[in-house]
Design a protein around this ligand. Structure first.
Ligand code: TMP
Ligand code: ASP
Length: 234
């Protein structure tokens, strides 16, 4: 399968058409951004880590009955995926307070919630991806009630699967962001699951093992991505 015209270039990935209209190829870059693109950099080897890690996780999720875009990995940085129209929603689940939750509500990081917190952001760079609720989503007609119900159901299921998966690798899943798309009229999980899109803390030391090392200039960024990758591959 060959890459044809590029249809989208995001901050961390490029997406290409193929000769099959139902399939795309995604190509992962080492580019990293934060704060809506204000901070820019590169994390050596990140594209390889994120591509392979997302695929290992998507395969695990498929086995648990969650539909994903994964078809097959083509190379270190490239994966053949089902063509989707991405829903303009960042679906975030939080198990422990951190990041924008802590900032917005004035609480310390590290508070374990009694139940997972689901939140949505409207994927819109010009507006800075604002927080949005179910009624806003329906008022703006970003998706239908039926598809929104699927998104929420899958998001909680992904959380349960990921918590278990990471804990087996001595990582606590603090929070994460996922994206969904429509393929043949069905909601499926798309985009990626990686240290770019999850907060992962070492179970024993609470050390940050994710993109916060880049966002907050904590050092050892590349080494941390490799360490997470080593734990995942086992
Ligand atoms: P937040 O605390 O900054 O809102 O981030 C919540 C989770 O979402 C965290 O795991 C990082 C992830 N995330 C992304 O994947 N992309 C983004 O653009 C942002 C802001 C967060
Ligand atoms: N995707 C975000 C951006 O560049 C980065 C982040 O994960 O914080 O805006």
């Amino acid at each position: 399968m060959e890459k044809l015209e590029m249809i989208y270039e995001g901050k961390a990935k490029k997406v290409f058409k193929t000769d099959d209209p139902k399939l795309f190829i995604v190509d992962y870059k080492d580019d990293a951004t934060a704060f809506n693109g204000l901070k820019k950099g590169q994390i050596g080897g990140k594209g390889i880590v994120n591509n392979t890690m997302a695929n290992i996780i998507f395969e695990m999720l498929e086995k648990r009955g969650i539909p994903t875009h994964l078809v097959k990995q083509l190379s270190e940085r490239e994966t053949l995926v089902k063509a989707v129209q991405i829903l303009p929603l960042e679906v975030i689940i939080r198990n422990v307070s951190a990041g924008s939750f802590s900032k917005r509500y004035g609480v310390e990081e590290g508070i374990l919630f009694k139940k997972p917190v689901l939140e949505f952001s409207y994927k819109n760079d010009d507006l800075g991806d604002p927080l949005i609720n179910d009624d806003h989503i329906l008022a703006l007609e970003l998706t239908t009630e039926e598809h929104l119900a699927d998104v929420k159901k899958y998001a909680y299921e992904v959380n349960e699967a990921l918590k278990e998966f990471f804990l087996e690798r001595d990582l606590k899943l603090i929070d994460f962001k996922i994206e969904f798309g429509l393929h043949d009229g069905q909601v499926i999980l798309a985009d990626e699951i990686s240290p770019d899109t999850c907060r992962l803390w070492d179970v024993n030391t609470n050390e940050k093992m994710d993109k916060d090392r880049f966002r907050r200039d904590l050092g050892n960024v590349e080494e941390t991505y490799q360490e997470v990758f080593n734990r995942i591959k086992k």
